[in-house]
Ligand binder design. Structure first.
Ligand code: SAH
Length: 344
């Protein structure tokens, strides 16, 4: 292991820092025998009262994460640091937070990475902010409500620390976006289609817009607005998350699940005007040449993207994949985005 992480690879003869030791000031989760979870912040000499007994913080400070401790009535508690997902579900919130399963998907679909410049609106309770910051992004948040902005800031500092690359501004994102050259815009508010004209100038070319919406009606309206915009490569998904009950003779899905949260839509800002600078090209999009009998048409999904091998029903099919199975693409750009992708 060639890691040079602080505290794990020392050459000065001192023992490496044990990162499992719990310290005063940290947040921990106590888990009782019935799997009930209690979130607390460790303070010297403090006591935590549950209806199954009192736990002294001093017994937790200096203990190892993952240890079992005993309350005043002899009941056992596990102590662990909360994960981001556990924090999101336990932290103080006013606005509805985005569920962890959807936060995870947003990080992938919006391709969040260290150093990526993100505008987030609205900020709500800060759950999405935390996920973006933990993935290393530089985040500016726009939020209408001052109480939400303050709560989000406090939640984020508690989870990510004061040094987070994070700023929240009291602004209406529908009125405009001040930043330029952004890599990503992530939206969790009711009318994201109103942000599209703002996003077209605030994002850099190739940047990603991502909207999280609770209903498919809103999602359809957003998709329709994207079609009329400079954005292309639009895609929509929802994440179904089903937990399982696993016990000796009973291994099956849990009876209860969160049946619905929201839909996630992403699209990328394209630069149609550059097509005009191709050799022999004209300004704007021209339709691809009609396929010949010897060369069947390329397979495209209903978003116009080729090569997924899936039709509208989402099932794989056996059709040819363009440019792969010997179907020569006359113009790769035109073949890739034949309609509705801001090139028309
Ligand atoms: N994603 C957040 C929750 C957002 S709830 C989280 O994970 O915690 C939606 C938020 O959008 C609310 O706080 C609301 O005040 C804010 N909002 C609604 N319209 C807005 C607008 N036009 N500009 C900025 N914020 C807005």
């Amino acid at each position: 292991m060639g890691g040079a992480r602080a505290g794990t690879d020392r050459t000065d003869g001192t023992a490496p820092e044990d990162r499992s030791l719990l310290r005063a000031g940290e947040k921990v989760l106590l888990v009782d025998a019935k799997k009930r979870r209690y979130l607390l912040t460790l303070r010297v000499d403090a006591a935590f009262h549950t209806h199954v007994g009192i736990v002294a913080h001093n017994d937790l400070i200096g203990a190892h994460e993952g240890a079992t401790v005993f309350g005043s009535t002899g009941r056992r508690f596990l102590v662990v640091r909360p994960t981001l997902a556990e924090m999101v579900l336990k932290m103080p919130r006013g606005a509805q937070v985005i569920y962890p399963k959807d936060l995870a998907a947003i990080l992938m679909e919006a391709d969040i990475a260290p150093g990526v410049r993100v505008l987030e609106a609205g900020v709500g309770s800060g759950a999405l902010s935390m996920a973006l910051l933990r993935a290393g992004a530089s985040v500016v948040g726009y939020e209408l409500r001052e109480d939400f902005a303050n709560r989000a800031h406090n939640n984020v500092v508690a989870m990510v620390g004061e040094g987070a690359d994070y700023r929240v501004e009291l602004r209406d994102v529908y009125e405009g976006i001040e930043e330029r050259g952004l890599d990503r815009i992530v939206l969790d508010l009711p009318e994201p289609w109103r942000v599209i004209p703002r996003a077209e100038v605030a994002l850099r070319s190739g940047g990603i817009i991502c909207a999280y919406l609770p209903t498919i009606n809103q999602t359809a309206q957003f998709r329709h607005a994207l079609e009329e915009s400079a954005f292309g490569m639009a895609a929509t998904l929802e994440v179904l998350h089903r937990t399982w009950h696993v016990e000796d003779r009973s291994v099956r899905p849990d009876h209860r699940m969160v049946g619905h949260t929201g839909f996630l839509t992403t699209a990328r800002l394209l630069r149609p005007e550059e097509l005009g600078s191709r050799p022999g090209g004209s300004v704007g999009w021209t339709p691809p040449a009609a396929p010949t009998a010897a060369a069947p048409p390329p397979v495209t999904g209903d978003d116009g993207a080729p090569g997924t091998g899936e039709g509208d029903d989402g099932r794989p099919d056996d059709g040819p994949r363009d440019g792969i199975d010997g179907v020569a693409a006359a113009d790769p750009v035109e073949e890739r985005w034949p309609r509705g992708d801001g090139l028309g």
